[in-house]
Design a protein. Structure first.
Length: 344
């Protein structure tokens, strides 16, 4: 007779999955909001919409971390990619004026390493704490044969809520409005296929001091900045006409997404200094300026559009919230079918 087989013999360790759930419960508990009904462990998570909303609209976003994960595998650094995961979705729904309510993650691997998965999901919880978003559940999938040893994949989605009349659509943007740029933490979670290619070619000393006391390795892996708390505070005090999260496609491709068809954005490239990381990437990769601006955020993680007479007060307010803010340029009337973003 054939020997009796178990799920563990096939490569799936249910006990390891149970240990992971117990490990992450304290992290998730710290993120809970009053709207959350119940905790982890159910088949679904329940969240009610606050009674302070008269005409609530739900806003959702989903994303992953991309090939930045390859560096996390190669460098065995897993504690911040969860922050990246949260930020990619939360920053996206934020630009429409939504307050993030909850987040769910999907963690998939070939063989579950409980310590590594705990580090990743702890980072997810930290991202949720930073943005005031509840981590209410997720899925851990152990799938033997699907992933190389030591690797995993991440995906997640966020749901937020905004009062219908306070949705930020960009349709009120007019010529003369001002572009304010909020500094990024680095490359965030975009352009890493090119970053990895440049590192492979340049073969730098990743652990030599690079910028502000940080090594190149630390600078490259730095997590995405979350803008939810300062911008939500600003929305209560000021009219924000539009926002663009500068992700894949850089400034060139993301800013037009919030502009009316009759407007174009003129960005002064001299209005901020491109951080050292991007200067290094441009030099080592021999990358043209136009390619830089449509691949990387180049030091600007979020762009806010405000009326000319409100821009400076708004900028000061955001600085008081801990943001580094640059006056990037202005909105002008579009001539014919010209491109909607000019960076010079």
């Amino acid at each position: 007779m054939n020997a009796s087989l178990s799920y563990r013999d096939a490569g799936v360790d249910i006990d390891a999955g149970d240990r992971l759930v117990e490990n992450i419960k304290p992290f998730a508990k710290r993120t809970l909001r009053p709207e959350v009904l119940g905790g982890l462990g159910g088949f679904g998570a329940l969240v009610e919409i606050g009674k302070n909303y008269r005409n609530p609209v739900l806003v959702s976003g989903t994303d992953g971390v991309g090939t930045k994960l390859k560096l996390a595998f190669d460098w065995d650094l897993h504690d911040t990619v969860g922050i990246d995961l949260v930020a990619m979705s939360v920053n996206d729904i934020l630009v429409q004026g939504a307050e993030p309510l909850f987040f769910l993650d999907y963690f998939a691997c070939g063989k579950l390493d409980v310590d590594r998965a705990t580090a990743v999901i702890k980072g997810i919880a930290q991202g949720c704490e930073q943005s005031g978003c509840a981590l209410i559940g997720g899925e851990t999938a152990e799938m033997p044969g699907m992933y190389p040893e030591g690797e995993y994949d991440l995906a997640g989605f966020a749901v937020g809520v905004v009062e219908k009349e306070r949705i930020i659509s960009g349709q009120n943007i007019r010529a003369g409005d001002v572009l304010l740029g909020l500094a990024s933490n680095g490359a965030h979670s975009n352009g890493y296929s090119l970053i990895r290619k440049i590192i492979d070619r340049a073969q730098p000393d990743l652990d030599a001091e690079f910028d502000g006391g940080k090594t190149l390795r630390q600078t490259v892996i730095a997590p995405t900045r979350l803008y939810a708390k300062p911008l939500l505070a600003a929305m209560k005090e000021f009219e924000i006409k539009g926002m663009a999260h500068i992700t894949g496609g850089g400034i060139s491709e993301n800013l037009p997404r919030v502009l009316p068809q009759n407007c174009t954005a003129h960005v002064d490239a001299k209005s901020w200094e491109m951080p050292k990381l991007f200067q290094w990437l441009q030099k080592e990769g021999n990358i043209a300026a136009a390619e830089m601006y449509r691949t990387f955020n180049c030091g600007i993680g979020m762009i806010v559009v405000a009326a000319h007479d409100k821009a400076e007060v708004l900028a000061d307010f955001l600085r008081q919230q801990g943001e580094t803010v640059y006056r990037l340029g202005e909105i002008r009337e579009r001539q014919g079918d010209e491109h909607q973003t000019h960076i010079a």
